[in-house]
Design a protein around this ligand. Structure first.
Ligand SMILES: Cc1cc2nc3c(=O)[nH]c(=O)nc-3n(C[C@H](O)[C@H](O)[C@H](O)COP(=O)(O)OP(=O)(O)OC[C@H]3O[C@@H](n4cnc5c(N)ncnc54)[C@H](O)[C@@H]3O)c2cc1C
Length: 410
């Protein structure tokens, strides 16, 4: 019988589950669909509430993976199907080609000669990269990849690579794994702001999402950390944050994503630090900052250039003066109309499994996984419910113990 534990998804939850089980002596296989480990948190500029860069903690976790021979990891890999029972699951995984092997030194010559461009996924479409690209500057593994969909197969990168690291003939592989238990840590994707008709995303360039704001403010982003309006590359002097953009709305996401208020409060500090003469407006239904996070809210509220307006935004319109945000101001009873240079939509977290039912895991109607329905399969982090990083880490540590118990029972 197998004793291996499979962890699907290598965000902070999957990485935590993997290292906790491996450091207890169990063999773990960690499967990630991106060309790098780390998930969404490596796209963040800073973490609330301490406002430290996420790489401080992530680097320690990646070292725990690098130095532990009980963990095997696969990138660019996706689960295609799961069959079997607790103690004896058969899992089919498709490993997509990277076209770049471990001889890569990340010298970047391939990218310099590459003639093709692709959307910069890591930066949420703010800018482009070459088809031969390093996923991001702290990527693990620290190795280039070639995007097959964008590559013209001209071969210039093969000729430019002094290390023989590129092979454009690599093919996808299918591997079958036999494992005793599975930790699902497939996380989330941002809710598609283009589906919200009244808030102007996709129509007006300076209406951006909260994840785009993370990448605008990040020193390793396309603007090197300068918060600039996409329309004219100028600093916005007035910025509106629109809470519950799609969340708590039966037409979009019926639930609260739990972190968006805190994410916006954090991003308000990015704007106020980057642009000291800026003014910020936050439109909210309720500001949700549970437990210890209340102090962070109080701190941001103490800034007299930050204005809170209680009311659901009805409309965002653009004219020659900028973007006007329209809402009922519930506390004053008046209609609020505030004209700003940039609007940031606080879009919620939607579980990634919502879009891949083929995996064979039971989820609730919103796509979150309930462990009780899937014996021997445990869900950690945002694949189970919307939560922040520290709660995801605790959740994943608990899942690791559950996965070990399945191995022992099996
Ligand atoms: C705008 C914004 C800002 C935030 N800022 C903070 C903050 O400052 N502090 C904080 O505590 N929290 C913050 N959060 C919440 C934080 O992002 C989450 O708590 C965290 O990402 C949860 O990690 P996770 O590992 O569960 O999911 P993810 O980070 O989504 O990782 C899941 C991983 O699984 C992979 N995956 C998905 N499907 C498959 C598959 N089928 N096969 C293989 N791999 C797969 C994905 O590629 C990804 O790498 C923020 C959220 C938002 C929306």
């Amino acid at each position: 019988m197998t004793k291996d534990i499979l962890v699907i998804g290598a965000g902070i939850s999957g990485i935590t589950a993997a290292v906790e089980a491996a450091e207890t002596g169990y063999s773990v296989i960690l499967v990630e669909k991106n060309p790098y480990l780390g998930g969404r948190v490596v796209q963040m500029n800073r973490y609330f509430p301490k406002l430290c860069p996420p790489y401080c903690g992530m680097e320690i976790n990646l070292k725990r993976i690098r130095t532990n021979n009980k963990i095997r990891h696969y990138t660019l890999s996706e689960v295609q199907g799961i069959t079997g029972n607790e103690g004896n699951y058969e899992v089919t995984i498709k490993v997509n080609p990277r076209f770049v092997n471990e001889k890569c030194t990340a010298c970047g010559e391939c990218s310099l000669v590459c003639p093709s461009e692709r959307r910069d996924e890591f930066n949420l479409g703010i800018g482009t990269t070459k088809a031969a690209y390093l996923p991001h500057e702290m990527a693990f593994p620290y190795r280039y990849a070639i995007d097959a969909a964008a590559c013209s197969k001209c071969g210039a990168c093969v000729d430019a690579c002094k290390y023989g690291a590129i092979n454009l003939q690599m093919q996808p592989e299918t591997i079958k794994l036999n494992v005793a238990s599975i930790v699902m840590a497939t996380g989330w994707q941002p809710y598609d702001a283009g589906k919200i008709d009244n808030l102007g995303f996709g129509k007006y360039k300076d209406v951006i999402t909260n994840m785009m704001m993370e990448r605008l403010a990040a020193p390793n982003g396309q603007t090197q950390g300068k918060i600039l309006c996409p329309s004219d590359q100028k600093e916005p002097k007035k910025v509106a944050f629109v809470q519950c953009a799609g969340s708590r709305d039966e037409n979009h996401l019926p639930y609260c994503s739990a972190v968006c208020c805190l994410a916006s409060l954090k991003q308000i500090t990015y704007v106020r630090e980057n642009i000291p003469d800026s003014e910020v407006y936050m439109f909210y239904i309720d500001v949700r900052t549970p437990g210890k996070y209340e102090e962070f809210y109080t701190r941001v509220k103490g800034d007299d250039k930050v204005h809170f307006i209680k009311g659901k935004v009805a409309d965002v319109q653009q004219d020659g003066n900028g973007l006007t945000v329209v809402a009922e101001d519930i506390l004053s009873g008046n209609k609020a109309r505030v004209t700003v240079d940039m609007v940031v939509l606080a879009c919620g977290m939607q579980p990634t499994l919502k879009d891949s039912p083929s995996v064979g895991i039971k989820t609730d109607e919103n796509g979150f996984i309930d462990h009780n329905q899937n014996k021997g399969i445990y869900a950690a982090g945002v694949s189970r419910k919307p939560q922040d990083v520290s709660s995801s880490v605790q959740d994943a540590t608990g899942c690791s113990l559950k996965a070990i118990q399945s191995v022992v029972r099996g």
